[in-house]
Design a protein. Structure first.
Length: 136
């Protein structure tokens, strides 16, 4: 990536902190199907700002974990004009959420992308369950 963009353009790629500092909503997303599109890996990348080889890539644009989580939840719902039904756990909203094996805001930043997903709930229905939620 750095080689393709060159040293003059690389610092201006993947502007995220700059957008937030200017009040621009920043949704989380991926280049799926070009990349795997796993949200936790996307959050990891927003926080760590490194290339696939581990080299720093525009580190001045790195986000705090809370900011990256907001991008993938509230801000993505806003970008899809669905903020009234998605993006938060609140009465009247769709119950789409995951149960994680660790808190991505407190784990080592290099481990955010490997946080285990223990359960996935979509529209209030359990779709993936490693912790026995559907047994209660």
């Amino acid at each position: 990536m750095k080689r393709a963009l060159g040293p003059q353009r690389s610092p201006d790629a993947y502007r995220q902190r700059s957008f937030l500092e200017r009040g621009i909503p920043l949704p989380g997303s991926s280049d799926r199907p070009v990349v795997d599109g796993a949200p936790l890996r996307g959050i990891h990348d927003m926080v760590n700002q490194r290339t696939a080889s581990g080299a720093p890539f525009a580190p001045h644009e790195a986000l705090e974990p809370e900011q990256a989580l907001h991008a993938y939840t509230r801000a993505s719902a806003y970008a899809a004009f669905a903020e009234r039904v998605k993006g938060a756990l609140a009465p009247g909203m769709l119950a789409d959420f995951v149960v994680l094996g660790a808190d991505p805001t407190t784990v080592e930043r290099d481990g955010i992308g490997e946080t285990p997903v223990l359960a996935t709930i979509v529209g209030g229905a359990i779709r993936h369950d490693l912790v026995g939620l559907d047994e209660s």
